[in-house]
Design a protein around this ligand. Structure first.
Ligand code: IDP
Ligand code: MG
Length: 149
């Protein structure tokens, strides 16, 4: 089953949106297989956002993402990478559709409350940054038969 890396960013934690954001994924049917509250160091932030090093917004992004604790998690489900990206909405909340997390809960691109991996390859890379294999819990849920044929 596919997995993705998701993170409630510091603004989401500070604005007490952690529960609401996780609840949306849970209600959809995605399964939490790992979760923890952490504070990113600059080193981890640079690793996570390596593709953006050198861009104009990079320093602001590092300041933002290291400014307070984040809730890091791994979600599992069929096509979960694309599914969570769709639920999160466009990177800039100004362009994010109502009904999406960013469309409903955020205003500016530099405060867009949530992160999710953009591909299966990114998910594997990002999960490995934040979690050891022993922290990923595979388990059955009785609801699985009501979610998948
Ligand atoms: P994503 O989070 O939707 O994958 P990316 O393009 O990978 O979007 O950018 C990573 C993060 O960097 C965004 O979520 C946002 O917080 C921040 N960011 C991206 N573009 C800008 C910008 O133009 N100004 C300020 N922050 C930006
Ligand atoms: Mg990205």
């Amino acid at each position: 089953m596919e997995r993705t890396y998701v993170m409630v960013k510091p603004d989401g934690v500070q604005r007490n949106l952690t529960g609401e954001i996780i609840a949306r994924y849970e209600k959809k049917g995605y399964k939490l297989v790992a979760m923890k509250l952490i504070r990113l160091t600059r080193e981890i932030a640079e690793k996570h956002y390596a593709e953006h090093i050198g861009k104009g917004f990079f320093e602001g992004l590092v300041e933002y993402i290291t400014s307070g604790p984040v809730v890091a998690m791994v979600l599992e489900g069929k096509d979960v990478v694309a599914g969570v990206r769709a639920m999160n909405g466009a990177t800039n909340p100004a362009n994010a559709a109502p009904g999406t997390i960013r469309g409903d809960l955020a205003i500016e691109v530099g405060r867009n409350v949530v992160h999710a991996s953009d591909s299966v390859a990114s998910a594997e890379r990002e999960i490995a940054i934040y979690f050891g294999p022993e922290e990923l819990i595979s388990y059955e849920k009785n609801v699985d038969g009501w979610l998948y044929e």
